[in-house]
Design a protein around this ligand. Structure first.
Ligand SMILES: [Zn+2]
Length: 239
């Protein structure tokens, strides 16, 4: 393909990963071993490197596989999704890129306290809401564990399971509509909230114990980064 005109294909116009325009460079350097070798697409802005398989005569028919990506939190969504998928078709790659951009904007908004994109929820809960309290988010398949303060951090599967069910984030509290009973922790009792590419985890305490709320990354609900960002903002606001 050397010497052939490079067609106008989206990843060559702007980076799918960081969304800058005019920063991607295609090289035919042969670096990866394998039955076929593909040109490498690099971004001078975010440093991502992807194998790029395309037909110069068919601008819609391409696929991409990221080999090196930037792990800055602002690229969380694209990092998780491109890395999970290996080779990604043109339509899927564009879809991930679009969602990744929207996700990044949402995280910026949430960090700066703009939660106008969240529609308050209406849910039947066995616990009464407080005056002025509104439900903001619902997360499925959440486990609540009692944890020892010495084992508190980072591990999601330590401690005694207390309950599991749907978790709600309100303007005031974290609530669990558990299979055994309802649970609630004021956002003021949250000690730490964190996330990675597989789950989110929130540590809180009440008069009796330390607990951990953990939810897996499920494709069809808010992702861990955005959830934790909203929790952090609301918790800070309660103080
Ligand atoms: Zn980039």
């Amino acid at each position: 393909m050397n010497g052939e005109p490079v067609p106008r294909i989206p990843p060559l116009e702007g980076c799918l990963y960081c969304h800058r325009e005019g920063t991607t460079v295609l090289s035919t350097e042969r670096r990866f071993l394998g039955p076929r070798r593909y040109p490498l697409l690099r971004c001078n802005h975010c440093g991502s490197v992807a194998e790029f398989d395309y037909d110069p005569h068919s601008a819609d028919d391409w696929r991409i596989r990221y080999r090196r990506v930037n792990h800055d939190p602002r690229y969380y969504y694209v990092a998780v999704h491109y890395r999970r998928r290996g080779w990604v078709s043109a339509s899927d790659a564009l879809d991930i890129s679009r969602r990744g951009y929207a996700q990044r904007m949402r995280v910026f908004q949430a960090e700066s306290g703009d939660l106008s994109w969240l529609v308050p929820l209406d849910a039947e809960l066995p616990l009464a809401l407080r005056a002025g309290e509104q439900l903001m988010l619902e997360m499925r398949a959440v486990t609540l564990r009692e944890v020892s303060p010495t084992l508190l951090f980072v591990r999601p599967n330590r401690g005694t399971v207390l309950d599991s069910g749907k978790c709600y984030l309100s303007t005031h509290r974290l609530l669990l509509h558990g299979q055994r009973q309802p649970w609630a922790h004021d956002l003021l009792t949250i000690e730490r909230a964190l996330y990675n590419d597989r789950y989110w985890l929130i540590i809180a305490h009440d008069a009796e114990r330390w607990v951990q709320y953990v939810g897996s990354y499920l494709e069809d609900q808010l992702d861990p980064q955005l959830f934790v960002t909203v929790v952090d903002y609301l918790a800070l606001n309660r103080r």
